[in-house]
Design a binder for this molecule. Structure first.
Ligand SMILES: Nc1nc2c(c(=O)[nH]1)N[C@H]1C(S)=C(S)[C@@H](COP(=O)(O)O)O[C@H]1N2
Ligand SMILES: [Mo]
Length: 424
């Protein structure tokens, strides 16, 4: 970047919408503003030399594409060294743009490793309170009508470091990367349940997996009939082994744990099974002494991915603040951004498409004057729910929290352009 960057023009002709230099979203329509900001240096014909790769023919075709060797974006893994199949890997949200997570960078949470399933030997059983128990091969399932959902999937434990007394210092992905957004395609669960003929008194399903712990959870029949699918495809190709190959339950907008991977059995019943992942885990004591259980929905949340810790500023001037917002209860209605720690807010531009239970990319122009600043983003969904400040979340949920951390996240910008996570 040229030193011209520092000779930024007065932002007088740009509409400032909130304190500390936040610009109206119309700034994106005025491309001239970015040129005037000195992002481009003087162009002459000599600047374009002939690089070595223009002097020889390029490489031949490949059977399966891979990222450029110059791009080394990876999932960061944290697993139990004694049981390496138990742990997580985080999506590097700080390195990604747009709304789709590349399949190979979808976060992972396994309780007992990735089973190596032969699809020819995999079966799905639907039984319990049904007229006709059914068993399906993958070939059987492939003959049913399918539907796609472009949805985020978030672990209920995502961002749990936010509950700590001291703000965790990590990248956006290392802190919040147990969330990803993919297109999932498969058979609507309602079709299969209708075929089996569920007893009208049945209220729950127990979903069980073909991994080495036979992981299971309970799912209300109402959700199963509403919008769940049994996914066979992920971003257009067969579901990846680590994400549930060959068959995965998708429960849009609900905690990751409900989205059972390597699905092999659905038992229709009248009560939850009280599995480990709905009793010992995912149940939390509130200040009132009551416990929250079956907190299925992932509430509205947002995070600024650029700039962010590790993606620091290179000096005063114009920047685009960009981030992700999502809600398990519906569409994102607006995202507000603050550069003065929440004193004043401006509305960010939402990139289309804005879909229910899906990542929404937001963008906001910012003229950083080089002083210290605190950046925040605040999502509102179409139910009217507003992402809470941290103090409000802690007041409501107490100090026993581990799951469902969705508070507003604050990045402190120092005069050196470096960013840190703060509680502010
Ligand atoms: N069979 C099975 N399904 C599972 C899990 C698991 O360990 N085994 N983990 C659950 C949890 S806690 C989460 S957050 C999501 C993670 O999905 P992913 O690994 O595709 O990101 O899968 C859920 N489904
Ligand atoms: Mo999870």
């Amino acid at each position: 970047m040229s030193a011209d960057r520092h000779k930024f023009p007065s932002p007088a002709d740009l509409e400032v919408v909130a304190g500390n230099g936040l610009l109206h979203r119309r700034v994106f329509l005025k491309t001239g503003a970015w040129l005037a900001a000195g992002l481009t240096s003087a162009a002459t014909a000599e600047t374009l030399t002939t690089p070595p790769w223009m002097r020889v023919p390029g490489k031949p075709f490949s059977n399966y594409g891979r990222p450029s060797p110059h791009e080394q974006v990876i999932r960061w893994i944290s697993a139990n060294s004694a049981v390496p199949g138990n742990g997580v890997s985080w999506t590097p949200l700080q390195d990604l743009e747009g709304m789709i997570t590349p399949t190979g960078l979808h976060f992972e949470r396994h309780h007992n490793g990735v089973p190596q399933i032969d699809p020819a030997r995999h079966r799905l059983l639907i039984h319990g309170l049904v007229k006709r128990p059914l068993i399906f091969t993958m070939d059987d399932l492939a003959r049913y009508p399918m539907r796609s959902h472009l949805i985020f999937l978030e672990c209920g434990g995502n961002s749990n470091a936010g509950w700590r007394e001291e703000p965790v210092q990590n990248t956006v992905g290392g802190f919040n990367g147990l969330v990803s957004c993919n297109e999932w395609t498969g058979v609507p669960l309602s079709i299969l349940l209708d075929e089996a003929g569920i007893d009208p008194g049945a209220t729950w399903l127990v979903a069980e997996a073909a991994d080495a712990i036979a992981m299971n959870v309970s799912l209300p029949v109402a959700k199963a009939m509403d919008d769940c699918i049994l996914a066979i495809y992920q971003n257009g190709e067969k579901v990846r082994p680590e994400n549930g190959y060959p068959l995965r339950l998708i429960a849009p907008g609900w905690e990751g744990v409900l989205n059972v991977k390597w699905l092999r059995r659905l038992e229709v019943t009248t009560r939850p099974v009280m599995a480990r992942n709905e009793t010992a885990k995912y149940t939390e004591l509130l200040p009132s002494g009551k416990a929250r259980q079956f907190t299925f929905y992932m509430d509205a949340k947002s995070v600024i991915t650029a700039p962010s810790p590790g993606r620091n500023l290179e000096g005063p001037g114009f920047y685009e603040i960009s981030g992700l917002a999502w809600s398990g209860r519906g569409r994102i209605q607006k995202v507000e951004v603050s550069a003065d720690g929440g004193g004043t807010w401006g509305e960010a531009a939402l990139q289309e498409p804005v879909l229910a239970c899906c990542f929404t990319r937001f963008r906001m122009g910012w003229h950083w004057n080089g002083g210290s600043a605190i950046l925040k983003s605040r999502a509102t969904d179409d139910t009217g729910y507003v992402q809470p400040e941290r103090a409000a979340l802690v007041a409501e949920r107490g100090r026993n929290g581990y799951f469902h951390y969705n508070a507003i996240i604050a990045w402190q910008v120092g005069e050196d352009g470096r960013l840190h996570h703060v509680y502010a």
